[in-house]
Design a protein around this ligand. Structure first.
Ligand SMILES: [Mn+2]
Length: 361
C-alpha cells in the first residue's frame, strides 16, 4: 500500500491525548514509511497531558506537529490511524485527506481504508507494529535509530498491558523482539513512576503517623481533598513495600466520610472479613468495607459530625474511633499509639522499632 502512493506525504494523526501506545505505533509507522520512501509526519490535536508521556516525547525526541485547524494538515495527501479506528473528533479533516491505513487493537470497527489491521486480541497496537518489524517490514536489525523506535514500542506495550499483566503470548513475542534494541536507560527514565505533589504530602503524613504492631501498620493521613482520594490507596501500596509489614490500613477524612484502603499479602488476612470485623455494618446492614484477595477499602459516613468546624478536633475523634475499632483485631494498637505519643513528646527522637518489638513480643 505504501509503495502504491509513490512518495506522497502522509500524516499519522493521533486521536485523543497522545499516550505511549499511540506514540510507539506512530514512530514505528513513520520508520516503515521511511523504508518505502514515503514522507510521514506525526500530528496530534489534544496536548500531551500526562507528565510521563511528556517525558517520553522529550527523551525519545519525538517530533510532532500540533494541529489546531484543518489547514495545518493541508500539506498531507494521506492519513494513517494508529491505536484507533476513528480520527480525532475535535478537528475537521481537510476534505482531500484520504485515509490510507488503520492499525488498532481496540474493538473491531467497520473502516473504509485500503489497509486495515484491527486485532482486538492484542494488548497493544505497538505489539502489532513490533510484529511487522520482526516479520521483515523495516526490521530493527542494523537500522539507524532503531533504539528510539524499539524503546517507544516496548514502552507502549508495557503501558497498555499494565506492565505485562494483561499481555498475551503475541504481546510477549513482540516485546521480546524489540527488547534487544531498547535503550534501557531511557526506558527506565521514561517509566519512572510519577507521584503528584499531593500524593507525596499524604505519603509524608502517613509515614510520620505510622503505627506498627508486629506485621500490621496503621496510618491516618488527616483531611484529604476528594480529588486526591487515590493518594490514600497509593500510600497503602507504598507502605506495603516495607519488608516487615504484610498488612496496612491507611485512612483519612474525605469530604463527609472516613475513607480508607487496606492492603495485605498475609495468608491469614481476608480483606472483606477483616474490614467487616473491624468496622461492622451500617443500619441498613451493608458493610462499610469490602475487598477481595489482597486489597480492600472502606467508607464510613461522618453524618452531622462532618459539619464540625474544628478540623483538628474532628480528626482526633476519627483517629480514636478507628484505633478503638481496630483494637478488636489488633489489641496492641492502642498501647503502640500511647508509646508513640510519649516518645514524640518526651524524647522527641528516633527509636528502633525492631528492637522494641523483639523485646515486647
Ligand atoms: Mn493501545
Amino acid at each position: 500500500m505504501l509503495r502504491s502512493i509513490s512518495g506522497a506525504p502522509t500524516v499519522v494523526l493521533i486521536t485523543g491525548h497522545p499516550d505511549p501506545d499511540a506514540l510507539g505505533s506512530a514512530l514505528a509507522h513513520q520508520r516503515i514509511c521511511q523504508e518505502f520512501g514515503v514522507p510521514c509526519a506525526i500530528a496530534h490535536v489534544l496536548p500531551v497531558s500526562h507528565r510521563q508521556n511528556r517525558a517520553m516525547v522529550k527523551l525519545l525526541n519525538i517530533d510532532m506537529l500540533q494541529a489546531t485547524k484543518p489547514e495545518d494538515l493541508a500539506q498531507f495527501k494521506f492519513l494513517s490511524l494508529v491505536d484507533t479506528s476513528t480520527p480525532e473528533p475535535t478537528l475537521d479533516l481537510p476534505a482531500d485527506l484520504r485515509l490510507l491505513t488503520v492499525v488498532d487493537h481496540h474493538k473491531m470497527a467497520e473502516v473504509d481504508a485500503p489497509f486495515v489491521d484491527i486485532r482486538p486480541h492484542m494488548g497493544a497496537s505497538s505489539s502489532i507494529y513490533a510484529e511487522y518489524m520482526a516479520g521483515g517490514l523495516a526490521p530493527l536489525e542494523n537500522a539507524m535509530g532503531a533504539s528510539r523506535v524499539a524503546t517507544a514500542l516496548l514502552f507502549g506495550i508495557q503501558t497498555d498491558t499494565d506492565h505485562f499483566t494483561l499481555a498475551t503470548a503475541a504481546d510477549f513475542a513482540a516485546a521480546a523482539y524489540v527488547r534487544r534494541f531498547v535503550d534501557s536507560d531511557v526506558l527506565k527514565r521514561v517509566g519512572r513512576t510519577v507521584v503528584t505533589a499531593s500524593a507525596m504530602g499524604v505519603l509524608g503524613r502517613a509515614l510520620g503517623e505510622l503505627l506498627v504492631v508486629r506485621d500490621f501498620a496503621l496510618a491516618g493521613v488527616g483531611h484529604v481533598p476528594q480529588g486526591d482520594r487515590d493518594a490514600i490507596a497509593t500510600t497503602a501500596d507504598f507502605i506495603m513495600q516495607r519488608e516487615d509489614i504484610d498488612t496496612v490500613l491507611v485512612y483519612g477524612i474525605v469530604e463527609d466520610r472516613i475513607d480508607g484502603s487496606l492492603r495485605t499479602d498475609s495468608p491469614s488476612v481476608e480483606p472483606a472479613t477483616f474490614l467487616h470485623t473491624v468496622f461492622g455494618k451500617d443500619r441498613a446492614g451493608k458493610p462499610y468495607g469490602g475487598g477481595r484477595a489482597d486489597k480492600g477499602g472502606f467508607q464510613i459516613p461522618l453524618g452531622v459530625l462532618a459539619e464540625c468546624e474544628d478540623k483538628d478536633a474532628l480528626w482526633n475523634i476519627v483517629t480514636q474511633i478507628v484505633r478503638t475499632r481496630l483494637a478488636k483485631v489488633i489489641p496492641d494498637i492502642e498501647r503502640e499509639y500511647e508509646r508513640k505519643q510519649s516518645d514524640t513528646h518526651h524524647h522527641n527522637g528516633h527509636h528502633d522499632e525492631t528492637g522494641r518489638y523483639s523485646r515486647e513480643f
